[in-house]
Write a protein of this length. Structure first.
Length: 269
């Protein structure tokens, strides 16, 4: 009789264990995709770091490498959200979590397009004025200082809260079906862009083709989204960005790992 009860109990737990294994497998798969992205990005960007405002190449090439970069940088920190979506979804299709991830990347792709357009407009309007030995250093330093200030704003706090505790956001904007998975992923990506746009602007200011600065920014994003001491971590990141920004303005040679441009503008192609 006791054996039968124990067997029934284990059988009742089996679905929960199976679901947990499925979510763990999904997280592992996303991290593997991110690792592949890091390897591919490191290979493609080898020797391309020209420091702040590194040329972005053609639009097609930039978008291609941008999507891979976002997968590499963001999938480790967003994987718990995707696993949570998988847990509460009404759809049991194995495609749903990957469509959620695709929607997430779609939002970041749009953000990358905006970054490219802003850069192209800046070059068209100001040209040589953006050279490092003219206003380029001031622009880079100011970008980092703006990013530091944004870290402690209420808007940043709201967006970060949505990224760190996504359950309410998911349930409050639920969409069924496979198209719903894409839409919900895109919405989650929008909260992430709101949280991280200033950090990504800092990456451009430090050298968007630098694998070292890419890893630095990715680490900041992961720490912000996962470490429990939210405000303390945010203030610490703000101080770090402010320090780098001030050094960029007054003593760029003192910034470790910074490639000093040789007086070039912000070429787009």
């Amino acid at each position: 009789m006791g054996l039968t009860a124990e067997t029934d109990s284990n059988a009742g737990l089996s679905p929960a264990y199976a679901a947990a294994r499925t979510r763990l497998g999904l997280v592992a798969a996303l991290i593997i995709v991110a690792a592949i992205g890091w390897i591919w990005t490191a290979r493609e960007m080898r020797g391309m770091d020209a420091g702040p405002w590194t040329g972005l190449g053609t639009l097609g090439w930039f978008i291609g490498i941008w999507v891979v970069m976002m997968a590499a940088m963001m999938f480790p920190s967003v994987s718990p959200t995707i696993a949570l979506y998988t847990r509460v979804t009404r759809e049991k299709s194995p495609l749903s979590p990957w469509l959620f991830a695709a929607g997430y990347l779609l939002t970041w792709t749009v953000a990358g397009l905006w970054a490219y357009v802003i850069g192209a407009i800046g070059v068209a309007m100001f040209g040589d004025a953006l050279a490092w030995d003219q206003e380029g250093r001031v622009l880079a330093g100011t970008t980092l200082i703006v990013a530091a200030v944004y870290e402690v704003t209420p808007v940043k706090n709201v967006c970060l809260a949505k990224c760190r505790s996504p359950l309410g956001a998911l349930l409050g904007s639920w969409r069924d079906g496979l198209s719903g998975a894409v839409r919900m992923g895109a919405r989650n990506g929008a909260w992430c862009v709101g949280c991280c746009w200033a950090l990504m602007a800092s990456l451009f200011a430090l050298g968007v083709m630098s694998i070292s600065w890419m890893a630095f920014v990715a680490a900041i994003i992961a720490v912000e989204k996962t470490i429990p001491w939210r405000r303390g971590i945010t203030y610490g990141i703000a101080v770090a960005l402010l320090s780098i920004g001030v050094l960029m303005l007054v003593a760029p040679d003192a910034v470790p790992g910074l490639t000093i441009p040789s007086g070039q503008t912000m070429p787009m192609g």
